[in-house]
Design a protein around this ligand. Structure first.
Ligand SMILES: CC(C)(COP(=O)(O)OP(=O)(O)OC[C@H]1O[C@@H](n2cnc3c(N)ncnc32)[C@H](O)[C@@H]1OP(=O)(O)O)[C@@H](O)C(=O)NCCC(=O)NCCS
Length: 235
C-alpha cells in the first residue's frame, strides 16, 4: 500500500521506481481555475505555449502531467525535454524515452522509462461503485469471473481490469494508431500485483504484455509494457 504525502498543489506527491519505469504523482489544485503564473513558469517554453491554449481542468491536468514528467526526468538523472501531445493526444517524449500520463481531479501521474517499448499508466478510483461499467468494459468470461467473486470484491476487481485495459490502450495506441475496444484484451488480475493480459484480437496478439497494479490509498494505479512479439517484428 502506497501512502501519499499531504496535498500542496503542484508539489510532488510521490516518486516510485516501479518495474515498468519511474512513476511520479503531482498534486493538482482540485478546481478548474486557470493555472497561476508560478506553476506555468516551471514548464518548458513549448509546453507553456500548449498549456496557454487550454482551459479549465484540461489545462490543470496538462500542466500537472508535465510537472510530473519534469520530476521523473530529474529522478532518472537525465536532461528534461518538453512533453507535448501527438495528433491522437498521446504524450510525445524525447527519442529513446517512453511515457504515459493519467490524472484525476486532484492528482496527475506520469510513467517514464528508457527505451522504445510502449508503456501505459492509468489511475482509477474504487470508492464509488458504478453499476454498468462492468458490462461495458468486460468480456463475457471476465464478467463471469467477476460475478463469481464475493459481492464486496466485485467492484474493485472490475476497476483493476478496467484500469489495466486503459493502460494497455495507452501502451499500444502509439503503434496501432486506432481505437482499441475493451473486448480486444482480457485482464486476469493476480493477487501479487501482477496481472495477466490475454490478447483477443489479431492486432493485439502482436504484443506480449507485462501488467501490474499498485494501490495509492483506495486508488488503483496500473502500469503496462507492450512488447511487440518476434512474429510481429518479422512482419
Ligand atoms: C485515451 C484514454 C485511454 C484516456 O484515458 P482517461 O481515463 O480518459 O484519462 P486519463 O487521465 O487516464 O489519461 C489522459 C492522458 O491519456 C493520454 N492519452 C490520450 N490519448 C492517448 C493515446 N491515443 N495514446 C496514448 N496516450 C493517450 C494523454 O497523455 C492524456 O493526458 P494529457 O492530455 O495531459 O497528456 C481514454 O479516454 C479512452 O479513449 N479509452 C477508450 C479506449 C480504451 O481504453 N480501450 C481499452 C482497450 S484494451
Amino acid at each position: 500500500m502506497i501512502h501519499p504525502s499531504p496535498p500542496l498543489p503542484w508539489d510532488v506527491a510521490f516518486v516510485y521506481a516501479l518495474p515498468h519505469g519511474v512513476v511520479v504523482g503531482v498534486h493538482l489544485p482540485g478546481g478548474p481555475e486557470p493555472v497561476d503564473d508560478e506553476p506555468m513558469s516551471r514548464l518548458l517554453a513549448p509546453e507553456r505555449a500548449l498549456a496557454a491554449g487550454l482551459r479549465g481542468y484540461r489545462q490543470v491536468q496538462f500542466v500537472g502531467g508535465r510537472l510530473a514528467a519534469a520530476a521523473a526526468f530529474a529522478e532518472l538523472g537525465t536532461r528534461r525535454a518538453p512533453v507535448l501531445s501527438d495528433e491522437h493526444g498521446a504524450p510525445s517524449l524525447p527519442d529513446g524515452w517512453v511515457g504515459s500520463i493519467s490524472h484525476k481531479q486532484d492528482l496527475a501521474v506520469v510513467l517514464v522509462a528508457r527505451g522504445r517499448t510502449g508503456v501505459g499508466v492509468d489511475l482509477e478510483d474504487t470508492d464509488r461503485p458504478r453499476p454498468g461499467v462492468a458490462a461495458r468494459v468486460l468480456t463475457a468470461p471476465e464478467l463471469a469471473a467477476v460475478q463469481a467473486l464475493p459481492e464486496s470484491r466485485q467492484w474493485v476487481d472490475t476497476v483493476v481490469r478496467f484500469s489495466v485495459k486503459e493502460s494497455v490502450y495507452k501502451a499500444v495506441h502509439p503503434t496501432l494508431r486506432r481505437y482499441v475496444g475493451f473486448g480486444e484484451v482480457e485482464v486476469w488480475p493476480g493477487t501479487d500485483g501482477t496481472d495477466r493480459v490475454q490478447p483477443i484480437s489479431t492486432d493485439l496478439q502482436g504484443f506480449e504484455f507485462e501488467a501490474r497494479h499498485e494501490w495509492i490509498g483506495c486508488r488503483v494505479l496500473s502500469t503496462v509494457r507492450a512488447l511487440p512479439t518476434a512474429r510481429a517484428l518479422a512482419g
